[in-house]
Design a protein around this ligand. Structure first.
Ligand code: FSX
Ligand code: SF4
Ligand code: F3S
Length: 359
């Protein structure tokens, strides 16, 4: 019984449920023949208890999940699990909420999934994030260690996120830096795609194990390929057709956004195929480059957001495939080091322009 969301409040219509099961199956990279197996697992009355914690973040992960519809991904996820504690959604507040958390941990010790949103402050004993008088660090250590597994939802919980950006005044880190002895899946993105959260939970319920993860703990089915490898503007990149500045003719024609800062060549995620907001949109489709939000430290490593990844040879229409593949051999670390140098150069350039009285 889902005690927080009783009375079928969030029940999906059957048609939407099947659509969501189909989408989740596709998102997991499974063939359509698996839809029935996934749907059967999702319909199981045995729902795993989940304790959902919020720490340092903007709550955009939960908010973006709640804003989806047709089918309502949030409703489906909440139907799949038995949500025992969630600060944004629950009615309880104050001491009652704290008591609910304590009871849920005791009742389901060793059996519940702990979902975490937000980074965790570690500096000065973690005093920069406190909930009900306890630090996030203390709460995660207690709840995380009592769980059977953890899902770090969003780039903040996975890698520290925006509050971990240099100079990281609160010592913010992701879950993996705190909990070392439990299985942890990272589902990054700022915010992450709701369907990737759904597919991750659906995978665990269907197969009773974690999906294959990359070396950053992300499900390979969602983060196994670069944005650049399945971007709808890739043909323009290969042919050397670029947006030179926002609003120009190339921008109106939907050319490649590489020169105006797209970090698709060094970012791993399924945004071009999974897309957001039920209307098939994602950053590049709406005319803005990818800023690499699924990667660790992207606030530091992907800047300046509106300048191109340095060190990449730009195709001009000849020898295209070879040049494009060269981008694929860039390690993010190497590219990021280049970006850092580029960032400094960008600041110098802007300062010089200012001194010269230019805009
Ligand atoms: Fe972080 Fe999520 Fe970005 Fe915001 O919960 S991943 S700041 S969208 O809210 O944690
Ligand atoms: Fe798409 Fe960006 Fe790659 Fe261009 S650079 S093809 S816009 S991912
Ligand atoms: Fe993030 Fe880039 Fe996708 S900015 S949402 S990883 S297109």
């Amino acid at each position: 019984m889902n005690r927080l969301f009783a009375n079928g409040l969030l029940r999906l219509r059957r048609r939407d449920f099947l659509k969501a099961a189909t989408i989740a199956t596709a998102a997991m990279g499974l063939p359509a023949t698996m839809v029935d197996k996934v749907a059967a697992a999702l319909k199981s009355p045995k729902r795993p208890p989940v304790i959902w914690l919020h720490f340092m973040e903007c709550t955009g992960c939960t908010e973006s999940l709640l804003r989806t519809s047709h089918p309502d991904v949030a409703s489906l996820i909440l139907d799949l699990i038995s949500l025992e504690y969630h600060e944004t959604l629950m009615a309880a507040a104050g001491p009652q909420a704290e008591e609910n958390l304590r009871r849920a941990v005791e009742k389901y010790r060793g059996k519940f999934i702990c979902v975490v949103e937000g980074g965790i402050s570690t500096k000065d004993g973690g005093i920069y994030c406190k909930i009900g008088g306890r630090t996030a660090l203390e709460i995660l250590q207690e709840v995380g260690h009592a769980s059977s597994a953890l899902v770090a939802v969003g780039t903040c919980a996975a890698f520290g996120g925006i509050q971990a950006a240099a100079p990281n005044p609160t010592g913010a880190v992701g879950v993996k830096e705190i909990i070392k002895d439990k299985p942890i899946i990272n589902v990054p993105g700022c915010p992450p795609n709701g369907y990737n959260i759904l597919a991750t939970i659906a995978y665990i319920l269907t197969f009773q194990r974690f999906p294959e993860l990359d070396d950053l703990g992300r499900p390979k089915f969602a983060y196994g390929r670069r944005i650049h490898d399945h971007c709808e503007r890739r043909a323009h990149f290969d042919e050397g057709r670029f947006v030179e500045e926002f609003g120009d003719e190339g921008h109106r024609k939907g050319y490649c956004l590489y020169k105006v800062g797209c970090k698709g060549p060094v970012t791993y995620a399924n945004c071009p195929t999974q897309r957001f907001c039920d209307v098939g949109v994602w950053p590049v489709a709406s005319g803005h480059g990818c800023i690499g939000c699924t990667e660790p430290d992207f606030w530091d490593r992907m800047i300046p957001f509106y300048e191109h990844v340095p060190g990449v040879e730009v195709p001009s229409g000849q020898g295209i495939v070879g040049k494009a593949e060269r981008i694929g051999k860039f390690a993010l670390g190497a590219a990021a080091a280049g970006i850092a140098i580029h960032a400094a150069a960008g600041v110098i350039k802007k300062t010089t322009k200012k001194e010269e009285g230019e805009e």
